[in-house]
Design a protein around this ligand. Sequence first.
Ligand SMILES: [Zn+2]
Length: 283
Amino acid sequence: MNLSEKFKSVTCEHCSKKVDPTATNCPRCGEELLNPEEKKPFLNDIHCGWVRNLTCFLTGWAGLQVFSLIFSLILQIAMGVNNDSSAALKASYMMTVQCVAYGFIFLALIAILWPYLKEVFRSFKGWKPYVAGVVGFIAMIGINIIWNLISRAINPATGSNENQQAVVSMTKSFPALSILFFGLIGPIVEEITYRVGLFGLAKRVNRVFAYVIVPIVFGFIHFDFSSIGQASFVNEILNMPTYILGGLALTFLYDRFGFAASTTTHILNNLFATIAQLMPTGN
Ligand SMILES: [Zn+2]
């Protein structure tokens, strides 16, 4: 398959639907398609075609940002939130923005992938993705511990970044919603955006390129750009490798074991982080 062939669609001889040229089996009816051998590198992908790859990525990335921004401005006025507002009001404002934005984008992504949901659910069959997901989770914890030690050696004042600090205050005020949105819906939205969307698209161009670009983009979306020129900038930079390496691990899991595996790791990782924040601290 050359480059342009991966950006066209083929017609399934069985159900005569237009399908992704990288699929070994028709994502719609399951019948085997021509030349399965050369499509092996794409075996575990969600075969939704490059247009849906791109749409998922733009919706989950730019769509989420734009929606959050507009909705947060409206809500700020509606709730009368400003710098002097109480911490409780600020927390409920931030939580509402997060839940509505993630909920809306989640539904939009489901609608985009609607004809391919069967293939998404199929990736959850069998024990392999769960074993890979748990191993991936343990590896992510290992990466976190090791990088924490390194970054504290570089800068002893390293703490959690802005992103995490805002999440902590919301989690404590709304534990059940936090578990649902940060532990479950957030990871699913990000897996559809960055693995099905961005990785699925970039991999059609080149696999190595896809492995480079996805973790970098994943690192940057967790970076607080308002820290540039501030004291917290070093902290933000030192938190980047965790996200980049985490993004790399999730990308590998998706590529090798499918959507269910990377989603399992991502959910376990976020559930663990959310529940850890709810635990009373010893000091
Ligand atoms: Zn078919």
